[in-house]
Design a binder for this molecule. Structure first.
Ligand code: SF4
Length: 214
């Protein structure tokens, strides 16, 4: 589990509002950097800790709060490789009465071990998360039933009772794929779909940016 700056975090992608990364309308942040390297990962461009843009936790929190969405979803990259600054952002989002969902390629056992080992940033991000989706992506276990999860081994773990309907909403929300075509013709995709489905959908659209997998 990597350790990054306490107050700065590299962001690979920022989406002000989406309905494809959790219940309701949410702000989604993909961090830049992941040490897990799951075989078949959809976001290998987010493995490196270089690239993206560096934000202070204070600036990122202010930007997220200004969006006035239902909550924040943290994806990657690996959020727990950037735990300390994201914990500050997540805590601020919850202080504003909004929910936090965090995706991780680490298992709950690995996260618990990190907390027992004194990783205060990991503990703080877990404490500021309402719904955790935990576990590595396993290409042989693709999940075609649940929303957002990439593979069936990944666990949905409620970590607070502040949003009692969040898990139910998660389970009852259909999987979505959002496709945005910018004025310059750049096609951006978020949500989850396998490569064959994406290729079929985007066949006539040219370039694509894909940020689907936890
Ligand atoms: S699926 Fe997530 S945890 Fe796994 S390598 Fe990709 S970004 Fe990292």
């Amino acid at each position: 589990m990597s350790s990054t700056s306490e107050d700065r975090v590299r962001i690979g992608r920022y989406l002000a509002r989406t309905r494809a990364e959790g219940p309701g309308e949410r702000t989604a942040v993909w961090v830049q950097g992941c040490t897990i390297h799951c075989a078949g990962c959809f976001n290998p461009h987010l493995w490196t800790f270089r690239g993206g843009a560096e934000w202070t936790a204070t600036d990122l929190l202010a930007r997220v709060l200004a969006e006035e969405t239902d909550g924040l979803t943290l994806l990657g990259g690996e959020p727990f490789d950037h735990a300390a600054p994201l914990a500050a952002v997540a805590a601020g989002v919850r202080d504003a009465g909004r929910s936090v969902m965090t995706f991780s390629g680490y298992t709950t056992a690995q996260l618990d071990a990190a907390v027992r080992g004194g990783r205060t940033g990991v503990a703080a991000l877990l404490a500021a998360t309402d719904l955790l989706i935990a576990g590595p992506f396993v290409a042989g276990l693709v999940d075609r039933a649940r929303p957002w999860a990439g593979s069936t081994n990944q666990e949905f773990v409620p970590l607070s009772d502040r949003f009692p309907d969040l898990l139910a909403a998660a389970r009852s929300t259909p999987d979505r794929l959002e496709i945005t075509v910018a004025a310059d013709g750049l096609v951006s995709v978020n949500g989850w779909a396998d490569d064959d489905t994406l290729d079929a959908l985007l066949h006539d659209l040219g370039r694509r940016t894909v940020s689907p997998a936890p």
